[in-house]
Design a protein around this ligand. Structure first.
Ligand code: TRP
Length: 329
């Protein structure tokens, strides 16, 4: 059976752009029983930016609770934490030795940092740790150790998958056939999710709507969606941020009703009120689950531990092959 694997970096609280842009499709896809889905929390990857033990732990629980609340079924998906599979880090070291440094010099994230340093008249390597530089090798280890076939990722991760393919080939050429060369899989997204200000929703623009914030927060974030100065009576164009955000949550009937209101004229305050109600109805059952997991972290621990046992079985098998090929056994 083909393996579909993806890593989730726990770096902050999820927003509705994460949900509609990635989480929803990934969970939908994981229900396809033609594939074995493996989702893991790439906690050691986040160490290159997070140096606070409390945050490190909090983000990991939050991201696990988020995926479980959004419908990930741990009985169908192998759901685990990267750091619970020590074989990954053993393979990471071995892969370092078949990875040309030049390949990593070309990685976008590293190159961007070097550029930024140059522009600021700093030493080229200022603020760059080996975790950042070697990030793509650890990612290759994540993928290759599970013999994954398909890697669903966003466009921003495409180069990382290409590097993983290269590393698989380098190893196979040096030691003999071992790793499946994976394929990236960039799901047709529903398009970019628009943020409060009309730009792409992103933490770096500070224009997000939290997925599992309180009702109060949801209301206040929706109220911040930028609109124009048209009066309530004027007919409105549906090509605007608030309509786009509304459509994410609305069913067909709600959508039609809103279109009619837009054509007839409706005040922005009213649109926001309806958007909040529709969004809140959509989110409420998931939010309840999310809060349950956050208040019962031992449940999360149990699920991730069970997942790690399954993941380690596959990882151990791969490592046996690798160790034979390099001559350790
Ligand atoms: N780098 C990915 C991100 O930032 C997370 C990740 C780590 C990953 N290892 C992976 C994704 C392996 C796919 C496969 O989103």
């Amino acid at each position: 059976m083909e393996i579909v694997l993806t890593g989730i970096k726990p770096t902050g609280t999820s927003h509705i752009g994460n949900y509609f842009g990635a989480i929803k499709q990934a969970i939908e896809f994981s229900k396809n029983s033609n594939y074995l889905s493996m989702f893991f929390i790439a906690d050691y990857h986040s160490l290159n930016t997070i140096k606070d033990p409390e945050l490190f732990q909090r983000y990991t629980y939050e991201i696990a609770a988020t995926w479980l609340a959004c419908g990930l079924d741990p009985n169908k998906v192998v759901f685990y934490k990267q750091s619970d599979v020590p074989e990954v880090f053993e393979l990471n070291w071995i892969l370092n030795n078949v990875t040309p440094k030049g390949l990593l010099n070309r990685a976008h994230a590293y190159k961007a940092k070097v550029e930024e340093n140059k522009n600021n008249n700093l030493d080229a390597d200022s603020g760059i740790n080996m975790g950042l530089f070697c990030y793509p090798v650890l990612m290759a280890a994540d993928i290759l150790i599970m013999n994954a076939n398909k890697i669903p990722v966003g466009q921003d991760q495409k180069q990382h998958i290409e590097i993983a393919k290269e590393i698989a080939r380098y190893f196979n050429n040096a030691f003999g056939s071992c790793f499946t060369v994976p394929e990236e899989f960039i799901p047709d997204s529903v398009g970019t999710v628009i943020g409060l200000d009309g730009r792409k929703m992103s933490k770096s623009y500070n224009n997000t709507i939290n997925l599992f914030g309180s009702e109060k927060l949801l209301k206040s974030q929706i109220n911040k969606i930028v609109t124009n100065s048209q009066t309530p009576e004027e007919p409105k164009d549906t090509n605007c941020s608030i309509f786009k955000i509304f459509s994410l949550f609305a069913n067909l009937q709600q959508l039609e009703e809103m279109k009619i209101k837009f054509a007839q004229g409706i005040g922005w305050g009213e649109v926001k009120k309806i958007t909040f109600e529709v969004a809140n109805t959509f989110i409420a059952p998931m939010r309840e689950k999310y809060n349950y997991y956050i208040n019962n972290k031992s449940e999360i621990d149990k699920i991730l531990e069970a997942g790690a046992i399954k993941a380690r079985k596959i990882a151990e098998e791969t490592m046996l092959k690798v160790k034979k090929l390099i001559g350790k056994i």
